[in-house]
Design a protein around this ligand. Structure first.
Ligand code: HEM
Length: 207
């Protein structure tokens, strides 16, 4: 039996970004949901305090996003996000079938991770959608809501602030759903805690 190979998948800058981002987004989700209930007397923490915490968490996520964005340009980590046209749909579908059926029937993972492949094709698409679409939309709309004077007055018959808030909440909701799936998928492996240890110590074990 050969010893498992260890790959240094998560350099320090990426782990620091991930830590700030994860805590920041968790804080945004919790404060964002509690802001939906505006009955002041029913809240343990006052509404103003919740808004302040939401704004601070938003700024933390925004600043750490720049670390992620620039880090993926100036370090080799960005290459793991590149998509090849061959098997554009076939590959993620194969991975989805594995998640829905194969892994419960002892099938080997169709895209085992290696030094060249850090993400399976489905995971890669989801990370791209979340990190290069959903999170930027939440950041831009969040900043706009922080400075509402920059928002245009009307979008057709709707108020610009209302439309911005709808986009902001919808994307926030999408990221919340992603987070649940992300944590579930991260728990799949030789042992449920293995990937969580990797994102803390940087090393991924290939079996
Ligand atoms: C409690 C919250 C979180 C936990 C426990 C967690 C856990 C993990 C784990 C174990 C990994 C490494 C394995 C893998 O790639 O699946 C990872 C990577 C990653 N996570 Fe999270 N995560 C959390 C929150 C988030 C959030 C909120 C986002 C984005 C909005 C996010 C985006 C990512 C991305 C993009 C990677 C891959 C980074 C790279 O290697 O380039 N995570 N996470």
């Amino acid at each position: 039996m050969t010893a498992p190979e260890k790959l240094y998948f998560y350099p320090a800058w990426l782990r620091i970004w991930h830590g700030f981002n994860a805590l920041g987004i968790l804080a945004l989700i919790i404060t964002g949901i509690s802001m939906q209930s505006s009955i002041e007397s029913s809240q343990v923490v006052g509404f103003k305090m919740i808004v302040n915490l939401h704004n601070i968490a938003g700024i933390v996520v925004t600043l750490s996003y720049f670390v992620y964005f620039i880090g993926n340009i100036v370090t080799p980590n960005g290459k793991y996000y590149l998509i090849k046209p061959q098997g554009f749909l076939k590959k993620p579908i194969k991975q989805a079938i594995y998640y829905a059926w194969g892994m419960f029937h002892g099938m080997p993972a169709p895209f085992p991770l290696s030094a060249k492949r850090k993400f399976n094709p489905l995971q890669k698409y989801i990370y791209i959608i979340v990190m290069y679409m959903a999170v930027p939309v939440v950041i831009v709309t969040g900043l706009a809501l922080l400075f509402p004077e920059i928002i245009i007055d009307k979008v057709y018959t709707f108020s610009g602030v209302f439309v911005t808030a709808i986009f902001h909440s919808a994307m926030g909701f999408f990221i919340s759903i992603f987070l649940v799936i992300h944590i579930y998928i991260a728990s799949i492996g030789k042992s449920p805690l293995e990937n969580f240890k990797s994102i803390i110590n940087g090393w991924h074990q290939v079996h």
